[in-house]
Design a protein around this ligand. Sequence first.
Ligand code: GP0
Length: 808
Amino acid sequence: MKPSQCLEEIAAFKSAYKKKIEEVSGEYLSESSVLDQYQALAEIVMDKIASQWAKTRSQYDEIPHKRVYLFSIEFLIGRLLKAYVNSLDMEYTVKTAMAELGLDYETILSQETDPGLGNGGLGRLMACFLESSATLGFPFHGNGIHYKHGLFEQKIINGEQVEVADNWLRHGYPFEIRKPNESVVVKFYGNLHSEKVNGVLTFVHENYEPILAVPYDIPIKGYHNNTVNSLRLWSAEPIEEFDLPSFNEGQFLDAVRHKSEAEAITQILYPNDNKFDGKQLRLKQEYFFVCAGLKRMITRFKRYNNNCLDDFAEKICIHINDTHPALCGPEMMRIFMDEEGLSWDDAWKITVNSLTFTNHTVLPEALEKWPVDMMKFLLPRIYMIIEEINRQFQEDLRIKSGLNELQISSLSIIQDGQVNMANLAIICCHSVNGVAALHSKILKEETFNGYYKLFPERFRSVTNGVTPRRFLINSNTGLRDLITESIGSDWINNLYALENLINFKDDASFFERFNRIKLENKIHLSNHIKAHNHIDVNPESIFDIQVKRIHEYKRQLLNALQILHLYNHLKANPDLEIVPRTFVFAGKAAPGYYFAKEVIKLINAIADLVNNDKDIRDQIKVVFLANFNVSLGEIIYPAANISEQISTAGKEASGTGNMKFMMNGAVTLGTMDGANIEIHEAVGDENIITFGLSADEVSHYQKNGGYSSVQIYENDDRIQKIMHQLIDGTFGHLANFQSIYDSLLLYNDTYFVLKDFDSYANAQDHINKLYQDKNKWFEMSLCNVAYSGLFSSDRTILEYQQNIWKTL
Ligand code: GP0
C-alpha cells in the first residue's frame, strides 16, 4: 500500500470509529467508556467480516466442495478481536488510528471476555482446527454448545484454588449472531410405540419433552484471505416461555420450572478434563447438540441436493471429536430411517461412510460409559437403535470373524449394563485416529486392539498441531517481525519455511535481537506476575514454565518436589551459585479433584517458603499464576525458556502446549511421551532435554504390579528429606500434605513420580549448565523455532483432508 493510501485509510477509520462510538454509547468519544470503545471496535470489525461471511457462504453453495462438520462439546476459541483485526490485515491502521485518537489499543482489547467454552487441550485443538481451515480456505464448520457459563474462573486464596462462576456473556458478546429461525426441536424422555406404515414397521416417539435448540453463529475468519467459516453453538430454550396451561391454572411455579429445566441443558460446561463424570445432564448435553446440529445440516443438504440423500457421504463428512458426540451414529440412523424413510441398510451405509472419529486419551477413567437405564429413559429411540447396531455387529462377527463368544462380547457396545461410547464410535465411523504417533500406536496395540484386528484399515494417526497465527504471529510480535525481516513472510502460511532461520545461527546481530526479544517478553510476563502475585522476579533468570490442567499424570508434583529439593540443596550449600530460575505454574484443577487441588496448595506453599527465604538470595522464585486461560497463555508462551512436558510416559495423548512453547523458542524438558517424541525427532537430541521412563517401561511395571516406591525412598536421602517435609510442619502447622505423602509411599506412586525423580533432577542440573553457554542456548532455542513447522495445525488439517476426510 502507498503511504497516501495508508493515510486515507487511517483517516477513514478514525471517522467511522468516532461515529460508531456515538452509535453504541450515545456519547462522544471523549465521554465514552473503555467498554464502549471496545464495543465500537468490535462492531466495526464484525461489519467487515459480515460481508465476507455472506460471500463465503454463497461461494460454497455455488461450488459444492465436500464439507466437513466438526462436532465437539468444547471449543476453546480465546479472545477474537485482535485475531480478527490481524486477519483482516487492519493491524497497522487500527493501531495507528487508536494512537492518534489518544486511546490505548491493548486496554481496549483487554475488555473482551475470554470465552471459556472448553477445559483445555481438546477444546483448544478444535479452535486451532477452525482457524487453520479458514486460513486454508476450506469449508469446515464447528458444531457445539452455547454454554451460558463456561469453565469457572480460578482464584487463589490463601494458596488454595477457589472457583468462581464464569459469566462471559455479562456484557453481551459482539461476535455471535443468534439465528432463531434456524431453531430445531430436540426430544427427550417419553416412550415408543410401533406401527406398520405401508407395511413397514415404524417407531413413533410419544409423550416426549420437547426442547428448543437455538443456534448462535460465530464467524471464523481466515488469515489474510476472504474465507469466513462458522462455529455454530446451540442454546437450549423452552419451546414456549411459559407452559400456558399450568400458568392459567395458577401454578406459576410449575410454569417457571419448565423454563429453567429447559435452560439447564446449556447452563454450564462440565469442568472435568480427561475424566468421565456420568451425570444425566451431561448426556442430555451430548444428545442435544448432536441432534440439533445433524437435523439442521441434513435439512440444508436436502435443500441444495433436490431432496436426495444418495450422495450425502460423498459431499459431507461429520467428524466426532472424542466420544462426546458419538451419538451422531444412532442419531443419523434415526433421522434417515424415521424422518427420511430410508431402510436400515441404506441409512447405515451413509452413516458409516460420512462419520470419522478422533480419540484423545487412553486414560481408563476418561472413557465414557453410560448406564443403559439412564440412556433408555432419556433417549428411548436412540437406545433402541444402539441395541440394534450392536446386535447386527455381533451377528456379523459370528458369521465372518471366527471369534468366539467371549471375544465377541468383549467387543460389544453394551457391557455390564453400560453403553461404551468408544466402542459405539469405532463401529459407527469409517476412520479412527489418535493424536500423536505413540498415542495411535497404543490405541492399536492396547486400548482398541480387538477392533484394530477386525478393521486395521480404519486406524490412522494424525499428530496434533497449533495455529501459528494465534500462538506466534499475534502474541509474539517481536519474534514475528524479526523472522519476517530475516526470511520474508512466506512462513506465515507455510511454517516449514522457518527452517531458513537456521542460516542465522552464527549471525551476531540476529543473536542479539533474538535474545532481546525473549527478554522483553520475559519482562512483560514479569510485570503480569508483579501485578497479580506481587512477586518480584528477575527477567534475566531462566523462565521454567509448566502450564496446563492440574492432573496427576501430568506430574506438576514432580516439578514441585524437585523445586523443594533444589531449595534444600541451596540451604545446605549457602555459597552455591546457580543460574537464577523462575518456576512458573498455572492451570486449573477440576473442582471435585481433591488431589489436584492439594498439588496447587503444595506449589503455593513451596512458593511462600522459597520466595521469602533470604538465604536463597533470590536464586529461585516460584510463581503460581491464577486462572490459566487462552489469553494468559498468550503472555506466557513467548516468555518461556523451558517448557515442562513431564507426563508419565504413555499417558499424555499428544500435548499441544509443548508445540506453543516450541514455536516461541522454549526448549522442552520432557518425557518421551505424546508429541514430545515427535518434537525430539524434529529438533534432534541436541535441542531437547529428555528424561525418565519410556512408555514401554511404564507399561511393563504396570503389568507387573507397579514398582516399589518405598525402595527408592529408602535409598535416596534427597527423597527422604522432601517426603518428611510434606508432613513435618515445614509449611506451617496447618499445612500438612499427608495425602500426597500417602499416594507416593503408601499407595505406591501410580504415576512414577519418585521413580523418575533422579533422572528429572539430573536433567534440571544439566539445564543449569547448558544455559550458561549463551551461544549454545541461543542455538537450541533457535532450532526449536526453526523446526516447529511440523506442528502447525495447517499441516494437521491437510493430513485430515488427505487421509481422513478425503476432501483433497
Ligand atoms: C484429552 F480426553 N484431552 C481428553 C480430555 O478429556 N481433555 C483433553 O484436553 C487432551 C489431551 O490430554 C492432550 O494430550 C491432547 O493434546 C489434547 O486432548 C488434544 O488432542 C492434551 O494436550
